[in-house]
Write a protein that binds this ligand. Structure first.
Ligand SMILES: [Fe+2]
Length: 366
């Protein structure tokens, strides 16, 4: 008899609801008196950071992410700061980039090698430093995973590092933090969440547990995304929960070819990750369709119409423009090699050849 594993690692403590982020300092007191809060520029500018830190003034230090997708050099700088200041915990408040950066810097703060060596494949040791995630966007699901996607700006290589001990000890899901996010950002990050839900659902690593999360996540995000982009905050709850649930699903099930393509394309064309995902999703789903008839039918029930038609109609409704229009495809061989080597591509339900990746790229850049 074959015994199948059903892994589902999760953050130990998750709080959800409007105002949940105000619990940051009171709950972090359990990890120690001295903390580092890594944040985006926007949470400082809109006053939310100050409001959170006023809940329980103490020995809390701050680090502002300078912006952009997290790079090795930023991670190394933050890691050195953590080594020098020795906080008892590290919290990140911001979008997926801020969360990924802080998780990697905190997770590697006591590791002996350089960040680049771990990015190049060295084995990562266990991290004892508690990490706390407070997402301000609904998209990456980074708060639910043990993964940080980092770019080596010297080589242009964008890939993930991961360790089970990188999992957040505490996640605060506060839909109020999404207020004021531009519609274009809500749309792109929401399409990342939808792509992740669909890819986790169709992945070779999917289990009945990840399927339950991925299906509900796909339904929540698909139904809430247009309303959220119109600025109606009543849709933010489902966006934030759906994004988190997709993150939980992908942390165990992995993803697929959209994410295999998204990393090399995003690094070269400097396009928002969610935007790249949005436009890679339809051709990849069409490519996978012959090998996932049952799952395709399930998606049809969730979207109440053919999934490819439903996704095309959704993209039309949202403020999204293809990042590939007017661009020239170059460095093709390297893009194909990185796509084929990606762990996400390996989880794709259909095997893919170099020629098939080339055909997908030609389609995207036509
Ligand atoms: Fe993603």
């Amino acid at each position: 008899m074959k015994i199948a594993p059903l892994p589902l690692p999760m953050p130990r403590d998750t709080r959800f609801g409007k105002g949940a982020s105000k619990l940051l300092l009171p709950l972090c007191a359990a990890f120690g008196t001295k903390g580092l809060v890594v944040h985006s520029a926007s949470v400082k500018k809109n006053g939310r950071l100050e409001a959170l830190l006023s809940e329980k003034p103490g020995e809390t230090d701050c680090w502002q992410h300078e912006g952009g997708e997290p790079a090795l050099v930023q991670t190394e700088a933050m890691r050195r700061y953590i080594q020098n200041t020795a906080p008892h915990w590290v919290a990140a408040i911001g979008g997926g980039s801020v969360l990924d950066l802080a998780r990697a810097a905190a997770g590697l703060s006591q590791a002996p090698l350089s960040v680049q060596e771990y990015h190049d494949g060295a084995e990562i040791p266990e991290s004892p430093l508690p990490f706390i995630a407070v997402p301000t966007t609904a998209g990456t699901g980074s708060e639910a995973t043990t993964v940080s996607v980092l770019t080596n700006t010297a080589t242009g290589v964008k890939k993930s590092i991961r360790h089970p001990s990188f999992m957040a000890r505490l996640v605060l899901l506060d839909p109020e933090l999404m207020t004021g996010t531009p519609a274009s950002v809500l749309a792109a990050s929401g399409m990342d969440a939808l792509t992740q839900a669909i890819e986790a659902f169709c992945s070779r690593g999917a289990t009945c547990l990840t399927d339950a999360l991925a299906k509900d996540a796909a339904e929540k995000v698909f139904n809430a995304l247009p309303g959220a982009c119109s600025g109606d905050p009543s849709f933010f709850d489902d966006m934030m929960l759906g994004s988190y649930m997709a993150g939980l699903a992908l942390a165990s099930a992995r993803l697929g070819l959209v994410h295999g393509l998204a990393h090399p394309l995003g690094a070269r064309y400097h396009a928002a990750h969610g935007l790249v995902c949005a436009f890679c999703l339809p051709p990849v789903l069409a490519f996978n369709r012959p090998v996932i008839p049952g799952k395709y039918d399930t998606l049809k029930r969730i979207f109440r119409r053919d999934p490819l038609e439903a996704i095309a109609a959704l993209i039309q409704k949202l403020p999204l423009a293809s990042p590939f229009t007017g661009q020239v495809l170059s460095d093709t061989q390297a893009i194909i090699e990185e796509t084929l080597a990606s762990g996400s591509t390996k989880a794709n339900p259909r095997d893919v050849s170099a020629d098939q990746v080339q055909a997908l790229l030609n389609h995207l850049f036509q």
